[in-house]
Ligand binder design. Structure first.
Ligand code: PMP
Length: 310
């Protein structure tokens, strides 16, 4: 079965989906997207979409900021995604990419008076950061784009130029990931993930006005911190030097999951090994996303629906 898309109201192999080289979004970055994971549960023979509703709610908000019209509601998008995975026949972890874009074949940067279109793709997840071993990170010389320039709370394709510059600089300098600071010098986030610090019995992380994407994994971890690990949570501006003295640091994201950061700017974080709290979080989080924890089962939407009913 080739990788599948929902494109112009049809389910098609991705290789058959074509758009024009004059597409507005290709020239000006005028598109919004999401990344949703479907997680394979071996015992139930099921793929569970993790927090699909929250992803589609964020998708709607991104589109509102970018004046992109979405033809489907959150519930309809969830159902369409279940159907796409079901039709793909994939019985493994999957990565779904919803994408809404300015589809007019028009020259000139603007958002108004253009046509919009929308598609979904499903594929096995691409390789990303090493969730088992952890990573080394460096502070980027590229600052995080500010809400007064391009709003980072919207998941806009054009914003990923900022992330790409930072990521390549970091990798070419021998790190696995970049951590970007805001224009005011406070910590913002990684290039495709949020950053969280363990300081004593607190989980500390940059807040909503720190030019972060409001990550769904970040939200999940903050909730698990309070409800399951009995930790306090603080969303506030974070100084660069707080990273160096934190007990543990990790980054979170749909693709990353929860990745320990063992070193930042050539300074070991804590013991330089994966810390006990990160370890605990990661184990619990993996059970949650595969639908194995009844309390959080409502976050997990089954794709093979006939199976789910029996
Ligand atoms: N920040 C950025 C810039 C991202 O691209 C992502 C990945 N979507 C995240 C944070 C993490 O968000 P989430 O946990 O919702 O995937």
């Amino acid at each position: 079965m080739p990788p599948l898309a929902y494109f112009k109201k049809q389910f098609l192999p991705i290789s058959e989906c074509r758009i024009s080289i004059m597409t507005h979004a290709l020239h000006y970055g005028t598109a919004c997207f999401e990344g949703i994971r479907g997680n394979w549960n071996e015992e139930e023979h099921q793929v569970f979409l993790f927090r699909a509703r929250e992803h589609y709610d964020r998708f709607h908000k991104s589109c509102r900021i970018m004046k992109l019209k979405l033809p489907l509601s959150v519930d309809e998008l969830c159902e369409l995604t279940q159907e796409l995975v079901e039709r793909s026949g994939l019985k493994e972890d999957v990565y779904i990419r919803p994408f809404a874009y300015k589809s007019s074949e028009t020259i000139g940067p603007k958002l108004h008076g253009l046509e919009d279109d929308f598609f979904l793709t499903v594929n096995p997840p691409p390789p990303y950061l090493d969730v088992e071993k952890g990573i080394r990170a460096g502070i980027s010389s590229w600052r995080r784009i500010d809400d007064s320039m391009v709003p980072p709370r919207a998941k806009v394709t054009g914003i990923y130029i900022n992330c790409s510059l930072a990521k390549t600089e970091a990798v070419e300098n021998g790190y696995d990931e970049a951590i970007m600071l805001n224009v005011d010098g406070h910590v913002s986030e990684g290039t495709g993930n949020n950053i969280l610090l363990i300081m004593g019995n607190r989980v500390v992380t940059p807040g909503t006005t720190d030019n972060i994407l409001m990550g769904i994994t970040r939200d999940t971890v903050l909730r698990l911190a309070k409800e399951e690990l009995g930790l306090e949570t603080e969303e506030r501006p974070v100084d660069r030097s707080e990273l160096y003295i934190a007990d543990e640091v990790f980054v979170t994201g749909t693709l990353s999951h929860l990745v320990p950061v063992l070193e930042i700017d050539h300074r070991a974080i804590g013991t330089g090994k994966i810390g006990p709290i990160t370890h605990q979080f990661r184990a619990f989080y993996f059970d949650v996303i595969r639908g194995k924890v009844p309390k959080y089962r409502e976050w997990c939407l089954p794709c093979y629906r006939k199976l789910a009913r029996t």
